[in-house]
Design a protein around this ligand. Sequence first.
Ligand code: PHE
Length: 342
Amino acid sequence: MAIDEWKALESQGLNELGASTDEAALRAWYTKFLGEKGLWKAAFGKMNAVPKDQKAAFGAEGNRAKTVLTAAYEAKDAEVKERKLQESLTTNPLDVTLPGRPRVRGRLHPATQILRQIYAIFADLGFQVYRTCEVETDEMNFEFLNMPAHHPARDMWDTFFTTTPGVVLRTHTSPGQIHVMREAAGKPVRVILPGMCYRNEAISTRSEIQFYQVEGLVVGEGVTMADLKGTITAFARRMFGPERQVRIRSSYFPFTEPSIEVDIDWPKDDPNRDRLTKGTGWLEILGAGMVHPNVLRAGGYDPEKVTGFAFGMGPQRMLMLKHAIDDIRLFWQNDLRFLKQF
Ligand code: PHE
């Protein structure tokens, strides 16, 4: 191998490169000339046979040839790639003005949304959220709430019984009152108790066998009916609008004495007003009252020293009011046409 043979290799390489017009040919060219087992490597390997005084010149010339071939290869490679891009842009044009494909995003269920609104309002009023179980003993669901066995007031709740005697699905969140008081062990209480309740009802537009309730309980020294009214009024105005009036009617629950039901007035300019309020202009939003002494006692409190108020509301009912939804069954049907509106 003599020095001038590099020139021959170089021109052979450049010639053949000129004839390579697509990517596959370029790859093959590279393997043949500059690859691990290619011609350049093989030629450089003949260094041993070169006389000592010519080795340096031989090496320099070899490296120069390599630089030339590599630069030519890279230029050609870029040229082929650019041509390919131009081809695909003309045969397969991309319309950047096309509208994008929207991604379907999940969202919170309307029942969850209203629950969170309720939590936020009561959090501002200093209430903590407390959760208790959905499967309760008969004692918790009724007895400690001042309804002994065979008490006629039990008829107010159509109950699901489990196969275990004395164990029921809670018909309301009120048994949570007992759990909270027992855990607070004599200290003041200010909590809401949200959760699912179950009633053995015929399903209709107005009643479901499962639904949410939010219970409220405040126990402490000197708690009065005025505190109850103030709390409910503050809540109603945050939830339904600052102008809302609150009306209190006397009612009956075994676990409160006195017991009340609370109505709010409905905006006069709402076209649904008559239908929603059955022509009265007033709409019931919750049941409440002063905690019955027997219930305080069951919770471990002394009714001579402390008093309390409790209320129970149906968040889904409120949602129906707010959005004039006329069928409670829509909530658990998972019909996206309904859910997407929230
Ligand atoms: N637990 C009652 C119900 O389910 C509501 C209520 C709660 C009433 C607390 C008074 C006090 O109907």
